[in-house]
Design a protein. Structure first.
Length: 131
């Protein structure tokens, strides 16, 4: 069985508000060479609207092997574009997907998370296998 998913801590959204963030792949098992879709789901858990920057140029995500070494990361790590912020209503959810293609992962256990400590803490960690 796969290790349990590690919940993300989210990111602050204004004073006293927080976003719930979760990272996951579209499947839990892949064959070598398969494309993988990583999605970060963001939910406004605050009782008020919250401005959320959109990832630019795209979502920042990473795949790590079972030893914790980064096996893949978005070529241009996404950063928040405040000029393109979206105002989320309380309880609203947005999904940001990124497709991983052309990556040759050896058979084994992998996880997906953010590519740096800040995004890794916010997103949490989700596990999958290549076999």
């Amino acid at each position: 069985p796969l290790p349990a998913t590690v919940a993300g801590k989210g990111q602050p959204c204004g004073t006293g508000a927080n976003l719930a963030e979760k990272i996951a792949t579209n499947f839990k098992t892949y064959s070598p060479g398969s494309s993988i879709v990583i999605t970060v789901t963001v939910t406004n858990t605050a009782g008020r609207r919250c401005a959320v920057p959109t990832p630019c140029p795209r979502l920042a995500a990473a795949i790590c092997d079972s030893n914790g070494h980064q096996a893949w990361a978005t070529p241009t790590a996404g950063r928040g574009c405040t000029a393109m912020a979206r105002l989320m209503q309380p309880g609203e959810t947005i999904a940001y997907p990124v497709r991983v293609e052309g990556v040759s992962l050896a058979t084994g256990l992998y996880s997906t998370t953010g590519p740096n400590p800040e995004t890794a803490t916010a997103y949490g960690r989700s596990y999958f296998t290549v076999c």
